[in-house]
Design a protein around this ligand. Sequence first.
Ligand code: ZN
Length: 454
Amino acid sequence: MGLVLQLVETGADTQGRSIDLMEISRPRDLRDIANLGLTLPEAKQLLARVQQAVVAVQARDHAALRPACSHCRARCHLKDWQSRQVATLFGKITVRLPRFRCSGCGRVGAGIKWPAHCRSTPELDQLQAHLSALMTYRVAAGVLTHLLPVAAGTSHETLRGRTLKLGEQLRHAAAGTPEPAMVAAAPASAITLSLDSTFIRSCHEGERHLEVRVGNAETSKSGSRQVFGAVANAGTDIVALIRRTLDALGRTGDTALTAFTDGCSGLRAILAAAGVTGPPIADWFHLAMRLQHAKQVAEALPADTADQQQVKAEIVTEVERLRWRAWHGKAKNARITLKRLRTLLPTLKREPVRKLKRALRAIDRYLRSQSAWLVNYAERWRAGLRVGTSLTEGTANFLVNRRMAKSQQMRWSRCGADLLLQVRCAVYNGALGSDFGQLFEPASGSRLHWAEAA
Ligand SMILES: [Zn+2]
């Protein structure tokens, strides 16, 4: 079977000019499903040829223009031709562009508004950055060349360069004035904000880890959510980033802001600088996770004799009491329960007991460091208020760990990690103009049920 693909120009003055693009020959025999339709190499070739033909027609029409001089408005005449090579999503193309000379002042121009030294289309740049935000530079380069007739600039170094450049643009956007579209967000009556920090491996000498601050903000009613993140001391102003995020969600002077964090005082200072005036609350979920762990360990304690069974029952009850006291924000009473628990774990030296001791120590440390930020979570919960975001650690995981800490070999430069993070946030916030890669669902209630069960 043979087919010829033809491109026909439409319009009054074209006289139906046509170009034969390519001949497609596929087996007539469909007994083998592999014979069905176009193959990937054929499809890539087709795209590349359509692209070349379209660009050739565009270049011809462009050459027929006679622009007016931008300086003296006199008419320009054709001076000579220049060939430009440009990488596009559908192959590298060579475009022959005329240069014009002004008949008045003699200036030479090409009649295009392309950036200086531009060698690729913005669409290609953006897709390369977009894929790189989701997978390693090497894998992203592989995916691109596998699926598209991209010929030039497909090395992982190129993708890295494009991604960091886009990250730079996003960083500047965050520091500058908000875009008009952002200001137009519907006023939000309440916004919940969370801020946390995590670590990635550093490639700088004498430094093991880089601190990464991540967070998310959500409106209570519409459930719209934005994530943000920045590597500490990498040049991205996290305070400006938070302000911009709040503006994007419709923060006004009347918006009730609630912040959750249980990080260091540095994170609290960032929140205050970003305009969160009320004291942040320690996220219930961080505490609940530690309590849940202690409970599981207590329930798994061995109890062979009647005496042991009685002690174990008391321990389980005390751990439950500990949870109840923490849930009601009674940090002091919780510490009394911890003391009592310690007296219940006296002489047994078997591993599960040591494990429980470790779990209780972790809770004790947490309660000590967070005592000023604990609230009566039960009361908030009954009033229909948030007790935590439950998303902070999830945010850190999908924003940072999945791309930047999964592989032990990955080491990051401060700036490279920060700029990549800006692109990743933009992808998840849907700010790159496509839905591709967005993994957000509206605030899920599943983790909140966990709080209710507490
Ligand atoms: Zn002129």
